[in-house]
Design a binder for this molecule. Structure first.
Ligand SMILES: C[S@@+](CC[C@H](N)C(=O)[O-])C[C@H]1O[C@@H](n2cnc3c(N)ncnc32)[C@H](O)[C@@H]1O
Length: 336
């Protein structure tokens, strides 16, 4: 819910309504008593109660699960967790996803939304649903996929009815890159004239790989997601396992010499090339580029400092951030 802190704390949208849609909500806890997404969402909203009231934000939370029994259990679990009352209105449904998405879609138009699709499998995040989500302003989306399942059964008509697997697995996709490949497919569905960002995170669990796809039309949403992702994975910012099979231990001097992860090395090389060929003429373009590559400014800063020290670029390279998009400062390439 990092987006909420930014959105509410910015104070830029007083009175704007907020809606959270958890459309595969489950009963709120698993068989071991671990908290599920509905409880985590409500707990998080409770911590913002003061700012939400101060900013006059109304908050509506929609929970849906196709199994009525799970929705009933959720209601009980919310009461048990003392989350029944808070800075929000609760709404419950027990419909099939496509039906509830259709019914709630008009309500997603005017508010700031968080859409959580912890789907069972893969089939609900269809190209059509994705297209409609991209049309929603102020909407951050988190989709969970059973990624390795898609790969394992890619030839099955059942899967191909929903996803064009021949477009996902072009060439030979290593098993541990399966979620990257799936994200690449969704990225290919975004039109060149659209501003829409996607970022992946892969989870290994037993022999399976699951993945989260984050989507947002806003740089700040992407920025917050990437901050969390890089906190969880200091090597690549995108997995809870060694996704590039490099065998580097995150805490042992990885930023020295050979120990730098390949992904970071490649980023630095490309970034330097694009800077020196004047493809990134100002701080706004740099900020946009760095995030779109799945990195943070802290990864770009060493390159900027080195090039400035070497007299290859000139300009104010400190404090490049979200506001640089609106107030860009020129970064000049010095030709010698
Ligand atoms: C992975 S679980 C969700 C877990 C939950 N987000 C949590 O954190 O505890 C997926 C849920 O989707 C529900 N489900 C399966 N098919 C569905 C459908 N067609 N429409 C809506 N919900 C569905 C299942 O009943 C199940 O509770």
């Amino acid at each position: 819910m990092a987006w909420l802190s930014v959105f509410v704390a910015s104070g830029k949208f007083p009175g704007k309504s907020i809606r959270v849609f958890d459309l595969f909500c489950g009963p709120g806890k698993d068989s071991d008593g671990r908290k599920g997404s509905p409880i985590l969402i409500l707990e998080s909203l409770q911590t913002f109660a003061h700012q939400l009231r101060q900013g006059r934000h109304s908050v509506d939370v929609y929970f849906n699960d196709s199994e009525a029994e799970k929705v009933d259990d959720l209601k009980d679990n919310i009461v048990e967790a003392q989350l029944g009352a808070g800075p929000y209105e609760l709404h419950f449904d027990n419909k099939d996803f496509f039906e509830v998405f259709e019914a709630l879609y008009p309500q997603m138009q005017g508010s700031a939304n968080l859409l959580l699709l912890d789907q069972h499998g893969f089939r609900f995040f269809s190209p059509d649903v994705f297209k409609r989500i991209r049309k929603l302003p102020f909407t951050d989306t988190l989709v969970f996929m059973s990624s390795s399942y898609v790969m394992r059964f890619k030839e099955q008509p059942e899967i191909n009815r929903y996803l064009e697997t021949h477009k996902i697995f072009v060439g030979k996709t290593p098993y541990h890159h399966v979620h990257r490949a799936i994200l690449g497919y969704y990225r290919s569905l975004v039109g060149t004239d659209e501003q829409y960002f996607l970022a992946p995170f892969s989870f290994e669990s037993g022999s399976n790989i699951y993945g989260v796809i984050f989507g947002s039309g806003n740089h700040l949403g992407l920025h917050k997601f990437l901050e969390t992702a890089w906190r969880m994975d200091k090597l690549t910012g995108e997995a809870n396992y060694d996704i590039d099979r490099e065998g580097i231990t995150p805490d042992q001097g990885m930023f020295f010499g050979m120990e730098k992860p390949k992904k970071i090395q490649l980023f630095e090389e490309e970034f330097e090339k694009d800077l020196l060929t004047a493809h990134l003429p100002d701080t706004g373009a740099i900020y946009d580029y760095v995030l779109q590559q799945g990195f943070l400014m802290k990864h770009a800063a060493p390159v900027l400092r080195r090039l400035k020290k070497a007299g290859q670029i000139d300009g104010n390279i400190t404090g490049i951030e979200y506001s640089s998009l609106k107030l860009p400062e020129p970064i000049k390439v010095i030709r010698k």
